[in-house]
Design a protein around this ligand. Structure first.
Ligand code: DSN
Length: 409
């Protein structure tokens, strides 16, 4: 039972819960956490300062939070098979910054994936602080949609990066980590993978796994992994001390112990066999959504999807990503506008939208529902100038979504 509303924030939180329940969440980096994770987040662990690491804290009173953090570390090691794990990064951007500052000297060169070809802002986009500190060189994808491994190798030979970075936020294909590692070994570079978007498919063996090969791997904890907002750095033992020092005291102060408790809960959930079923269904749902949209004439960037997301180029449909996002919002369908490879349009009004299936999969939706979702999307885009039709679709979406709870184990 929800408690009576006593202040405007509680009222607004209730409204946000209804928004989440009544609509279709298709932003690929979002998900719904379990009640147990929510409870940990809203727990007294938020009251505790605990600078340092388990058994090595600067403040007293850490005996209980030490156990919480150690459980999170042990579960992460078991889930990912990693030699060393740091669970303190507050989110993905600070985690990536911590890794760069641990492994690199100012001015060192890094090869990273171009943002418009599916990379991430924190992988060296010129607007970031990292791009001021380090020399990022960007590789792209080929016409057929794969990472251009030949170009990557040629850039590595030419620029001798200290670090080769892979991982993505809008690319829809798997990565050949063995090939990247071979290139890195040949030129003596370190390797880093940002698996934030697709960690669930890595832990369940559905996508290639960089952890046995790469020096350092970063994942956020709130995307397919379905935990609270946060991040983890997984690395080889030889990098453990430098990584830990870079996170604290290098970049952060007190860790958010309630988040770490929530991460520990989510990791335990991810160790259940049902997590594999969930990850498999994410992929099946993405393929079904892809088929439904391709049938309706939508252009799928990068050729096709092998993961949880789809990047659509809307150029042939005669509207921008921003216009599509607004129309879909009006129909109760949440997506995000997104740049497409070498987008001729601006990032604030780009050519594409990005869709993902993790959140709807958590709600229990499967292939038949994805066929309906493709139809809802197409109708909203087709009738984008007809506000009555968009309102009618929103009503249908509400009816369609209501049998699916936000969290269903
Ligand atoms: N903002 C996240 C995403 O949506 O991909 C990545 O940080």
């Amino acid at each position: 039972m929800l408690r009576p509303m006593t202040n405007p924030i509680q009222q607004l939180l209730k409204e946000e819960e209804l928004r989440q329940r009544n609509g279709l969440e298709l932003i690929p980096s979002e998900n719904f956490v379990s009640d147990d994770v929510l409870q940990a987040l809203g727990s007294v662990a938020t009251n505790k300062y605990a600078e340092g690491y388990p058994g090595r804290r600067y403040y007293g009173g850490c005996s209980v939070v030490d156990q919480i953090e150690q459980l999170a570390i042990d579960r992460a090691k078991a889930l990912f098979g990693a030699e060393h794990v740091n669970v303190q990064p507050l989110s993905g951007a600070p985690a990536n910054l911590a890794i760069y500052s641990a492994l690199l000297e100012p001015g060192d060169t890094v090869l990273g994936m171009d943002l418009s070809h599916g990379g991430h802002l924190t992988h060296g986009h010129p607007v970031t602080f990292s791009a001021k500190m380090w020399n990022f060189i960007r590789y792209k994808t080929t016409q057929t949609g794969e990472i251009d491994y030949n170009e990557l190798e040629q850039l590595a030979t030419e620029h001798h990066p200290k670090l080769i970075l892979v991982g993505y936020s809008s690319y829809s294909r798997d990565i050949d980590y063995a090939r990247i590692q071979q290139i890195a070994d040949r030129i003596g570079a370190l390797t880093m993978a940002d698996i934030s978007h697709y960690a669930a498919m890595v832990t369940t063996g559905l996508l290639n796994n960089p952890i046995p090969l790469f020096d350092v791997v970063m994942t956020t904890t709130h995307k397919t992994l379905r935990g609270p907002r946060g991040a983890m750095i997984l690395c080889k033992e030889k990098h453990a001390a430098t990584i830990d020092k870079a996170v604290f005291p290098g970049l952060q102060g007190g860790p958010h112990m309630n988040n770490i408790a929530g991460i520990a809960v989510a990791l335990e959930e991810a160790l259940h066999t049902s997590f594999t079923t969930y990850a498999e269904q994410i992929l099946k749902n993405a393929k079904t959504l892809e088929a439904g949209l391709a049938q309706r004439g939508y252009t799928i960037c990068f050729g096709h999807t092998e993961n949880h997301l789809l990047l659509l180029d809307l150029t042939n449909k005669g509207l921008s990503g921003k216009e599509a996002q607004l129309a879909l919002d009006a129909a109760g369908i949440t997506v995000n506008k997104n740049v497409i490879p070498d987008d001729p349009r601006s990032p604030m009004d780009p050519s594409g939208i990005r869709l993902g299936t993790p959140a709807l999969t958590t709600r229990g939706m499967k292939e038949p529902e994805m066929k309906r979702v493709a139809d809802f999307i197409d109708r909203a885009i087709t009738h984008r100038e007809d506000s009555d039709e968009l309102t009618a679709i929103k009503q249908e979406v509400l009816q369609f979504a209501s049998p699916f709870p936000l969290w269903d184990r």
